[in-house]
Design a protein around this ligand. Sequence first.
Ligand SMILES: [Zn+2]
Length: 272
Amino acid sequence: MPELPEVETTRRGLAPHIEGRRIRSVTLRRPDLRWPIPPDITQALPGQRIDAVRRRAKYLLIDTAAGSALLHLGMSGSLRVLPAATPVTAHDHVDITLDGAEGRVLRFNDPRRFGCLLWQPVGEIHPLLQGLGPEPLSDAFDGDYLFALSRGRKAPVKTFLMDQAVVVGVGNIYAAESLFRAGISPLRAAGKVSRERYVALAGAVKEILACAITRGGTTLRDFLSPDGAPGYFEQELSAYGRGGEPCPRCGRPMKHASIGQRATVWCGHCQR
Ligand SMILES: [Zn+2]
């Protein structure tokens, strides 16, 4: 499943190829993905110039003067910029045809259709983007912020960290990795973690996400290729998916349990 680093890699991969381009037409091969695709997408977008491609949480926003197309990759979605004559394959649900001598199309493929394509009018914030916490790589997200927000909270710190109202885009994998690096047990009540340890946790979240985005940069050329899965990449993980295996730090077996219905792995010795 594409996580925040994959979405940011997608944004960086697409931007140089679509920013500044004018949209010639929009082709929908089905009326819905996870949700119905609103008529504004086919009515308002053609003729508009793409001013920017932005990311908020795991959503991509394609900004035009008329409004923004709001896109989520869901479980299995991917975007590519292809020659317009590239044959359509299974699960190619949406084409946004661009102007320019190259005759290119921005194509959205999503086998499982948990992705979405929605519309955000100018001056409005889509309901899906309301009530979200800060971006993890922004200055607004730091140890002091986590410490202040967590006082009195009894939920496990892992659940707290994965709450999109606390901080966006820290999914199960990155929560497990960050807590391992910071030496904090995922079971500990969020309100019982010290300021110092939250400083370490915020630093770990930023380092791990930034490292994953840098690694994803090697896949950027794939955004112009009809093969492969651009923006998806292998990562070296210390905790996630390693239940029962030796801890990379102390060698003792890693514990695993379900916290908030999410599989969780941690070291009972290194994480307190
Ligand atoms: Zn250990």
